[in-house]
Design a protein around this ligand. Structure first.
Ligand SMILES: [Zn+2]
Length: 481
């Protein structure tokens, strides 16, 4: 164990609770209701952890003597949760973001996929520190800088204006060892966007993107797209008019300059046919393109006017500078009319309704919160739980919601042999819940303990991590870090 982590553990252990007695090489979790996230079953078992791996699932009482033993007394055991879409953002918010890393663990989130922000170098550094045990936090996957066009809206992205620049950028990202490539559509022309996806795919890299108006979703799929970020783009697949003009036709017309972006958006918002969309979702599933719906951000904005967030518990971990970034969206929406608000809600509801339809079509769903300082009231760590609740509110089963936050993400990252379920040989990243998440997914918020990298953190330790984060926030605000 590293010095830093050791010091933290000692600090928290001093507060403690018999559960987290001194670490030993084996940890036996007795009488756990082990949730099989693949089968959707629950079985009472003892789980033996050796080092940072699960070594055996045993009938209760069959575990070896010695080592650390904890009786979970029938509590539920799930794999650590993965948030497949977060952003670490704000060059002036490095420490404000860093203090949240242990908070993820306290919320049962053992891995996050950073879909790029303005802190690419810092996030790569955190990724290494966490992997080496020098910093406490979830495993980080990061895209590094995302690809964009010249003079894009985004801070800290990799702006490319032609194929040579794109190739050079890809070389550099690969050299840095990013975990996937992210591409967005603010100023990147459709042709170069498509080439970026194809190039990432050619190099064997995962590639996750938004969808430009000038490209059809299946053009991207054919170029090797791994995942679409934000289900709102999929509503385009429900478009078909009397002349059989569909999404691919509109994309071609936008690309050729025959249709303006406003006209294209108007056409899409004008019309949606669920059967047309569902047929396209089957094609998407066959093409192996995953979807990260990211509902919670849209939900928070659509109901902003009637929500009071001033007493939200999570604010104790967010600095004033962090939440100050929320204001731009609030300001931008301040002038919305009743009709616009109603349209926003309807669009949210229609987007959310796609989640069970995508699942039914066989599309891999990835649970991602899109938490970021720029995404208003989408709280890091907590928002993943909110997202899962929105999935089931929209009609997804709790099992499918849980899969989206565990096994689906692990397989997507090509780490399905090591993560994502509770099985011998897999990493011992485990969350102990008071209630059965297969009955109500909101059970993921009632965390009694965490096993991370084979180390047990009981509720008191998790609470101590939260207290430290709250104290750190206050110190940053007071200018006495
Ligand atoms: Zn995002």
């Amino acid at each position: 164990m590293s010095q830093a982590l050791h010091a933290l553990c000692c600090l928290t252990l001093a507060l403690l609770a018999p559960l987290a007695s001194a670490a030993s090489d084996t940890l036996l979790l007795q009488n756990a209701q082990v949730v099989d996230v693949e089968q959707g079953t629950v079985q009472l078992l003892d789980v033996l952890v050796e080092g940072d791996r699960i070594s055996a699932l045993l009938p209760p009482g069959d575990g070896p003597d010695g080592g650390q033993r904890v009786d979970l007394a029938g509590r539920y055991l799930i794999p650590g949760l993965w948030d497949m879409h977060v952003h670490f953002e704000g060059r002036d918010l490095v420490e404000d973001n860093a203090l949240l890393l242990p908070v993820y663990l306290a919320y049962g989130v053992t891995a996050v996929r950073d879909a790029s922000g303005s802190l690419a170098d810092t996030v790569l550094q955190w990724r290494g520190e966490i992997a080496r045990g020098e910093r406490l936090g979830p495993r980080i996957f990061t895209s590094g800088q995302k690809f964009e066009g010249i003079d894009s809206l985004w801070e800290g992205d990799r702006e490319v204006g032609n194929r040579e620049q794109m190739l050079a950028g890809m070389d550099e990202q690969q050299e840095l060892g990013v975990d996937f490539i992210k591409v967005t559509e603010n100023t990147l022309p459709p042709e170069l966007f498509l080439q970026t996806v194809a190039e990432a795919h050619r190099r064997g890299l995962l590639v996750s993107t938004h969808v430009p108006l000038g490209l059809g979703i299946f053009e991207l799929a054919e170029a090797g797209l791994s995942s679409i970020e934000h289900a709102s783009y999929l509503l385009r697949l429900g478009y078909i008019d009397k002349e059989n003009v569909d999404e691919e036709t509109i994309a071609r017309q936008v690309r050729d300059g025959r249709l303006g972006t406003e006209q294209a958006n108007a056409a899409y918002s004008d019309h949606f046919d669920q059967d047309t969309a569902n047929a396209a979702y089957m094609r998407l599933a066959a093409a192996g393109v995953a979807v990260t719906p990211t509902l919670i951000g849209g939900r928070q904005l659509a109901w902003l006017a009637e929500s009071d967030h001033r007493e939200d518990a999570f604010l104790r971990y967010l600095t004033d500078d962090f939440t100050a970034k929320y204001q731009w969206r609030i300001d931008r929406m301040a002038g919305e009319t009743e009709d616009q608000r109603a349209a926003r809600k309807a669009r949210y509801n229609l987007t959310a309704a796609q989640v069970p339809q995508l699942q039914a079509a066989g599309v891999t769903l990835l649970a991602g919160s899109d938490s970021a300082a720029l995404n208003t009231y989408v709280y890091p760590a907590q928002a993943l739980h909110d997202e899962l609740a929105l999935f089931t509110d929209a009609g997804l089963s709790p099992l499918h919601a849980l899969q989206a936050a565990t096994i689906n993400g692990a397989r997507f990252m090509r780490l399905g042999d090591d993560y994502g379920s509770i099985a011998p040989g897999k990493q011992a990243d485990l969350v102990v819940l008071e209630e059965n998440p297969l009955e109500d997914i909101r059970a993921t918020t009632r965390i009694q303990a965490l096993v991370h990298g084979g180390q047990l953190y009981d509720r008191a330790v998790l609470d101590a991590l939260l207290e430290q984060a709250a104290a750190r926030k206050k110190a940053l605000e007071a200018g006495t870090p």
